[in-house]
Ligand binder design. Structure first.
Ligand code: NDP
Length: 275
């Protein structure tokens, strides 16, 4: 799997799996576990979860899926801003590790910026690293000004943000900022949650030319930049392999121009969109 290099030298796979809305209903759990295991079987090691997804339900499903095969997975979880104090971050991380049934998170993110001073959260992240409970830390939903306020920015190992053809504001300044500071971008909601982007005629045209699916075109579009990885969510077994196909899909200048006409690139700064 192609990777983006983290500040500590490890590789972050360009294709991952999102798990928002997994673990919410007991009746779906077995199928969701199979989807995550299928992703691992195919080499999609990057699994994204968060303490707030299903109140720990998503982390539990991920935990079930990786039991006995911890080394196949690169697990990312997130602390909610309401828990991001010095002590709260440590407690939240320990709870996440318990739900996941693991000793160490590969990457731990602050889900979005809240009222707790960033220095406190970063201090807790550094303590967790020293204790061996996380290997690296990063942020999510941070715009350029938030990153500029960040203590220890050189240690910040990812910024997970909304990015898909319909929401491409980050291309104006956040993406170049992150690229120049070696902070990988994790594109969330890369398919626009199955909405208008997947049904767009220009995307369908590009897909036909490549004998690919609209989902593959949209995901390939997202990871065309250096330093960007993607974490589409699917709970449908067949779509795991479909989405992985995006990694080997090369879009041409003509394809990109067509997508630009349907979804124009940003021409000025706008505040970072988030869900
Ligand atoms: P996505 O853009 O990944 O879309 C998911 C939806 O698309 C699901 O309904 C899924 O259906 C469907 N889908 C998946 N693959 C295909 C395909 N090939 N063709 C057609 N439809 C498809 O939305 P998410 O909002 O879930 O974002 C992905 C992940 O990003 C989340 O799961 C979460 O881990 C993370 N995230 C992080 C946020 C943050 O603030 N940091 C905010 C939002 C998301 P089905 O499951 O039925 O296959």
């Amino acid at each position: 799997m192609k990777t983006v290099t983290l500040p500590d030298g490890r590789g972050l796979p360009v294709m991952g799996l999102g798990t928002w809305r997994m673990g919410e209903r007991g009746s779906d759990k077995a199928a969701e576990t199979r989807v995550i295991q299928k992703a691992l079987d195919l080499g999609i090691s990057l699994i994204d979860t968060a303490e707030i997804y299903g109140n720990g339900g998503s982390e539990r499903v991920v935990g079930d899926a990786i039991r006995g095969r911890r080394d196949d997975a690169f697990i990312v979880s997130k602390v909610a801003p309401s828990n991001a104090s010095r002590r709260g971050t440590i407690r939240a991380c320990e709870a996440s590790l318990g739900y996941l049934g693991i000793e160490t998170l590969d990457l731990y993110l602050l889900h979005w910026r809240g009222g707790v001073p960033l220095a406190e959260t970063v201090e807790a992240f550094e303590t967790l690293k020293t204790q061996g409970k996380i290997r690296a830390w990063g942020v999510s939903n941070f715009d350029v000004d938030d990153l500029e306020d960040m203590p220890n920015l050189a240690e910040c190992s990812a910024n997970q943000v909304l990015y898909n053809p319909q929401s491409r504001g980050i291309e104006f300044d956040l993406l170049p900022f992150c690229q120049s500071h070696n902070i990988p971008i994790m594109a969330y909601t890369p398919l626009g949650q199955s909405g208008v982007v997947l049904k767009n005629a220009a995307i369908a045209g590009v897909a036909r030319r490549h004998n690919a699916t609209p989902g593959q075109v949209i995901l390939a579009w997202g990871i065309r930049h250096a330093g960007v990885v993607t974490i589409p969510k699917t709970a449908t077994l067949a779509r795991v392999e479909e989405n992985l196909g995006a990694v080997s899909l090369q879009l041409s200048a003509e394809d990109l121009a067509e997508i630009d006409r349907a979804f124009p690139a940003p021409r000025r700064k706008a505040s970072l969109e988030m869900l």
